[in-house]
Design a binder for this molecule. Structure first.
Ligand code: ASP
Ligand code: MG
Length: 435
């Protein structure tokens, strides 16, 4: 059993939590432990970067001060023999960050600064393992997580580089999530929340028997526990369902995490660092066919773009023209519905909206609606099954629905609603489908 375990920022957010993590990885015999930066670090580093760009020295000092305090407290609560070494390592990190802010180069300084959280956290944790008699080595992820022009990680190189790790059961390897080297040879990252993806790639690269993602929640819930009462963790779900849920707002998992493990049939377990014995959720290629509805998730910040055009009537090629505009602006479309004379699309980013609308106006009349949410019901909904869609709509009969997407896969039914109706929608679905 070769396992890769990944711990999020809260799981390594204090000395006490790092001690829990050490216990867990020993118990699980983790081959590679992939760590995020201690909670709050990456946000603080991002803030330092923007302050550096604006020459705002006060903010830089303030944030470095906060981080210094946080890491010092952690090191002092965690280490004895290696305490001084860890403190020196920390000082060197903050010195490097200061230097980068005073010789600030956009992009390169930014990436370099943001990488320091994972680097420092993993170094401190490795000191702790070694100090407590666990033979551990801290890997440098940018040495083997290398992206190409398309920002995709070179998986062949990754497997080759990790072959010695895969073959060495006597050492606990610690690696940084999130960070990588880009195709120009500079330090870079996989995007916010990217550590899960790092872990999945490393798991696939060493042919792990399982990848475990440890956070501070008991796996995926059947509904959003922040908004809904009486939710419960889902024990088993398929990769396809998990992908839909992750994409539509189940915050616990980065959607792209799924793919490398799915491709290699490696189960992904979602576990809770604060309650290690709770079963959590196992995502695998096995379906739970016993239930029609497995879960509900919501995604906010959705903008609808409606295109009315008489030119669509009986015409072909119209949608291609629409899609090309989104392609040109590299903006993904989430939901789409069409009628004979209109198309409605949703996007989750307003970044290029003005440009997109200007182009679309050449094709027809455009309407924009902001502040919507996609609510997605995931489960086993075979297209021949009568009554399943009806049960969904029956549960939310009081909610005004703006768009519906059903039939694309037999895994999901998605509806679009105003975000102000979200809480009620989620609760109504929970009451109607799961109680
Ligand atoms: N530390 C990074 C972030 O906060 C990566 C991660 O935690 O996955 O986005
Ligand atoms: Mg995360």
């Amino acid at each position: 059993m070769t396992k890769v375990l990944k711990f999020g920022g809260t799981s390594v957010g204090s000395a006490a939590n790092m001690k829990r993590v050490a216990e867990i990885i020993r118990r699980e015999k983790a081959r590679i432990t992939v760590l995020s930066a201690m909670s709050g670090t990456t946000d603080a580093l991002v803030r330092i970067v923007s302050a550096a760009a604006e020459n705002d020295q006060n903010t830089i000092d303030e944030r470095i001060g906060m981080l210094t305090e946080k890491y010092t407290t952690c090191i002092e609560g965690l280490l004895n023999r290696y305490k001084q070494e860890a403190l020196n390592r920390m000082q060197a990190t903050f010195e490097l960050i200061r230097n980068e802010t005073s010789n600030f180069r956009e992009y390169t300084s930014e990436r370099k600064i943001i990488a320091q959280g994972e680097l420092l956290t993993s170094a401190i944790f490795t000191f702790y393992l070694n100090e407590t008699g666990t033979k551990a080595v801290c890997l440098n992820s940018p040495d083997f997580m290398v992206t190409d022009q398309e920002e995709k990680v070179d998986t062949k190189r990754l497997s080759e580089a990790l072959a010695p790790v895969a073959a060495d059961p006597d050492t606990f390897y610690v690696a940084q999530g999130f960070i990588c080297t880009n195709n120009k040879g500079e330090i870079d990252n996989l995007g916010r929340g990217g550590s899960d993806y790092s872990a999945a790639l490393m798991g696939a690269a060493i042919g792990a028997s399982e990848v475990q993602i440890w956070t501070d929640i008991d796996g995926m819930h059947n509904n959003d526990p922040r908004f809904v009462e009486h939710t419960y963790p889902i024990r088993n779900m398929s990769f396809d369902e998990a992908a839909e849920l992750a994409y539509f707002g189940a915050k616990i998992l980065h959607p792209a995490t799924i793919q490398p493990c799915k491709d290699k049939c490696i189960p992904v377990m979602l576990k809770n660092t604060m309650d290690p014995d709770a079963p959590g959720t196992t995502i695998s290629n096995c379906d739970d066919n016993s239930k029609s509805f497995h879960a509900v998730a919501a995604k906010d910040g959705i903008t609808v773009i409606r295109i009315h055009s008489a030119r669509m009537l009986m015409a072909y090629g119209f949608l291609r023209k629409v899609f090309e505009i989104f392609e040109q602006y590299r903006t993904p479309i989430d939901m789409i519905t069409t009628s004979e004379v209109a198309v409605s699309l949703t996007v989750d980013s307003d970044k290029h909206l003005n440009g997109i609308v200007a182009e679309l106006e050449k094709l027809g009349t455009i309407e924009i609606e902001r502040n919507n949410s996609i609510v997605c019901v995931v489960g086993r909904m075979e297209h021949g099954d009568a009554g399943l869609a009806a049960r969904v709509f029956e549960s939310i009969r009081k909610i005004p629905i703006k768009m519906i997407s059903y039939g694309a896969s037999h895994r999901s039914l998605a509806i679009l609603i105003a975000t102000e109706q979200k809480k009620q929608t989620l609760q109504s679905l929970n009451d109607g489908l799961f109680q």
